[in-house]
Structures are given as structure tokens and as C-alpha cells.
Design a protein around this ligand. Structure first.
Ligand SMILES: O=P(O)(O)OC[C@H](O)CO
Length: 420
């Protein structure tokens, strides 16, 4: 069989194709190799204790905000609220582990349903694929919506249908709500440093509405057309100091990214950010760099080593430009910091579920509370400084002196940024 010689254009095309495949193959091999080596190295290792700021109740408007930075304290408060529920519980989580803490929540929710409280639960199917099916069987008295592993149905090309439910919410009656970075599981109780807020007062209604809207958007497909919507009475008051922002991919709404960029752009004294996974788009990075360049004290606190080694490497790919523009980078030692919080100018703050990466800011269902209040910002600054005391600051000279193979790995992994 004779082969036609390839035209110059076809040869170029073939070379480009092979180069791209080689790069992609290298990225994939690196990512898989790193994750395997990392999980091998972690076997049997226990994270070290870390400093904790005691939960303190801060009055804001007609309600209060209490910030939790230690899982055990938070879970105790959430379980106490569930045990004291009289009419309704709305519980939503991304990860719900079938371990001791997961079982405690399941038992408390089932007990509430048994005594006649309406119990609505939502969890993400994909995030809990590894959880045993036995754990995911619930008493009929509880209404449980598993957000599907594959939510797009036949709409394969509709990107708005692919977001995961990454939210973490609990609302009990009209009296108390919780929102923040904590998933439900035993390691999070003592081994991870995360941040959640408890809300009382008018802000609770906004959390209820966020839950109800998600439930109503998804209930028919999960329970059938006859399932009645979760109805809420209208809020009686507006609380200008507390706003709840929700990313709703299905409606193509992504206000959390805008909220961050707006706040960073108007910062005049300080921007202190704590983020578990930091992989933003370049416009977001530019907003941070601009703030630092105009003299704002910009600090970024990230884990020295998170639970996702590939995310760490991709995150490090931003460090050079951030340090050059004057951003200070602090790396949290010996425990995983999973918080998603920021505070600006002693006035503006946010606590929520959204990481600063593409999946959270332009992909998933997320929820953040934005608070304009000086006392609350002071509380978050205090927490930030406690965390900073458990960090190593990364200097520019130290970063520039890193090995060549590290620079090469950062460069090879950089194109994966949009996937995280
Ligand atoms: O997706 P997040 O931010 O809730 O983090 C979850 C952990 O990474 C689980 O591996």
C-alpha cells in the first residue's frame, strides 16, 4: 500500500497535535503521580493541633453573628439547635461522611423528624459517592434530596446543568441559621481549621429562602411532579448589614465573584483573605494585585499543604506575580485550613462555601454571607491574626530561589487552572 506524502500544512498540524497530546499526557501523569505519592506519604500521619479563636457572639443589626473556627464547637452548636427544633429543620451539605460525626447528625435529624419536626435534607450525590449506601438510607419521616451525580439529563451541552451542590447550610425554625466552609465528618471536628457563622435575627430568613429556592428548583425531578414546593412566608424586615449571595449555575447567576472583586476594588487599607484552594481567573488576580500596588495591605493565607496536592501546585503558580505586586503570602502549617473568608478595611467581611477557584466562582451552587459591620470585621481580623501566628510567611527571595523542577511543574500544571 503506498502512502501519499503529507502536505507541509498537514505536517505542521500533526506536530501541533502531538505536542498538545504530549503536554496533556504529561499534565495528567504528573497530577496522578503527585496524588498517589502524596496519599502514600500521608498514611497514618495525624495533623497537629492548631490555635483556635473562641466563638464570640457579635450583635449585628437586630440579630447576632457567631463565628466558629473549631469543628467540635460548631457541631455541638448545630446539634443543640437540631435537638431544640420545634417546627422545621433545613439541612444541606456537600460532604456528609458516614462516620461518627455523620451518624450523630443523621440520628439527631431522624429523632427530630420522629417527634414531628419537618426535616428537609440535601446532600451532593457526587461528593458522597464513596459513602456507604447503607448510610444513605434515611427514615421515611425525613425528606432527603440527593443532588444527582449527573445532573444534566439529556441536556449534554448545557453547561448550566453541571454545577455541584457545594453549599453547607443549616436552618432551624425561624431562630437560627449556620453557613460556612464546614462539611460534615469526623476529621473536620478536630483536624481541620475551617470557618462557619451562626446567624440569628432577620438574616436567618435569607438562608431559609436560599434553601427553599434550591429545593424547589430540584424537587420535581427527585420526588415527582406531585411534590409540593417548600413555601416560605415573606420576610418582614430587610437587614442592610447582612447579605446572602448565592451562585446558582442553573440560572447562570454568579454574584460571589462579583462581590469579591467589587470589595477588593474599593479597599483602601487592608484585604486579608483566607482560602483553602486559591486558583482564580486572571481578572480576579489583577484586582488583588492592583490593590497591593496602590498601597493596600493585601495578605493571602493558604495551606502550606492542603488535602489536594494538585490544587496546591496550581495555586503556587500565582505566587510570583502576587509577591511581585506586594501581596504577602502566609502558609498555614501542619493542619489543613479549609476556610473561605475575607475581611477588608475593618468593615467588610465574607464567610461562605465558595473557594476562590473556577469551580466555585463560575461553576457550583455556593452561598456566602457578606457582612458590612465593624465589630464583625474586628472579630474576623482577630481570627486572621491567630491563624497568621500558625503560618510561615513566604518571602519573595525565598520563592525566587526555589528549584528549577518546581518552576517547571508550576508551568506544566498552569493550563489546568480552569478545571479547578
Ligand atoms: O469542596 P470543599 O471546599 O468543601 O472541600 C472538600 C474537600 O476538599 C474534600 O476533599
Amino acid at each position: 500500500m503506498s502512502h501519499q506524502p503529507l502536505s507541509p500544512a498537514s505536517r505542521v498540524l500533526r506536530a501541533v497535535r502531538r505536542t498538545l497530546l504530549a503536554i496533556f499526557g504529561l499534565q495528567l501523569a504528573l497530577a496522578i503521580g503527585m496524588s498517589l505519592v502524596d496519599s502514600y506519604r500521608r498514611r497514618g500521619k495525624k495533623p497537629k493541633p492548631f490555635p483556635v479563636t473562641e466563638p464570640r457572639e457579635v450583635p449585628v443589626g437586630d440579630g447576632t453573628l457567631t463565628t466558629y473556627t473549631f469543628g467540635q464547637d460548631l457541631y455541638d452548636a448545630m446539634l443543640a439547635a437540631i435537638e431544640g427544633a420545634q417546627r422545621q429543620i433545613l439541612f444541606e451539605t456537600y460532604i456528609w461522611k458516614g462516620d461518627e460525626v455523620g451518624e450523630r447528625f443523621k440520628a439527631a435529624l431522624a429523632a427530630a423528624a420522629d417527634r414531628g419536626v419537618e426535616v428537609y435534607c440535601i446532600y451532593d450525590g457526587f461528593a458522597n459517592l464513596v459513602v456507604s449506601p447503607r448510610f444513605k438510607r434515611f427514615p421515611a419521616t425525613m425528606k432527603v434530596l440527593r443532588f444527582p451525580v449527573y445532573p444534566a439529563g439529556l441536556r449534554f451541552f448545557d453547561l448550566s446543568r453541571y454545577g455541584r451542590d457545594h453549599r453547607k447550610i443549616l436552618v432551624v425554625d425561624d431562630s437560627v441559621g449556620f453557613v460556612g466552609g464546614y462539611n460534615i465528618g469526623t476529621p473536620y471536628a478536630t483536624e481541620w481549621r475551617d470557618t462557619h457563622v451562626q446567624i440569628t435575627g432577620p438574616g436567618v430568613w435569607d438562608l431559609k429562602r436560599a434553601f427553599a429556592d434550591f429545593w424547589n428548583l430540584n424537587r420535581r425531578r427527585r420526588f415527582g411532579a406531585s411534590e409540593r414546593p417548600l413555601l416560605l412566608e415573606t420576610a418582614s424586615t430587610w437587614e442592610p448589614r447582612i447579605r446572602i449571595h448565592r451562585n446558582v449555575p442553573r440560572l447562570w447567576m454568579f454574584p460571589i465573584r462579583s462581590m469579591y472583586i467589587e470589595a477588593i476594588n474599593r479597599a483602601s487599607t487592608n484585604v486579608w483573605m483566607t482560602h483553602a484552594y486559591f486558583c482564580p481567573d486572571q481578572d480576579f488576580v489583577d484586582a488583588i494585585k492592583d490593590a497591593a500596588q496602590r498601597g493596600v495591605d493585601v495578605r493571602l493565607l493558604v495551606p502550606l499543604k492542603s488535602n489536594h496536592i494538585v490544587a496546591d501546585w496550581i495555586s503556587r503558580g500565582y505566587f510570583s506575580q502576587l509577591l511581585e505586586s506586594g501581596v504577602r503570602i502566609f502558609r498555614y502549617k501542619e493542619a489543613m485550613v479549609h476556610a473561605k473568608t475575607s475581611t477588608i478595611d475593618g468593615t467588610w467581611s465574607t464567610v461562605g462555601t465558595a473557594n476562590v477557584d473556577r469551580l466555585s466562582l463560575q461553576g457550583n451552587y455556593e452561598i456566602n454571607v457578606e457582612v458590612i459591620d465593624e465589630a464583625f470585621a474586628a472579630n474576623l481580623e482577630e481570627i486572621y491574626l491567630t491563624d497568621e501566628g500558625n503560618c510561615l510567611e513566604l518571602t519573595r527571595s525565598e520563592w525566587e530561589a526555589r528549584d528549577l523542577h518546581r518552576k517547571f511543574t508550576e508551568m506544566i500544571l498552569a493550563p489546568l487552572r480552569p478545571l479547578l
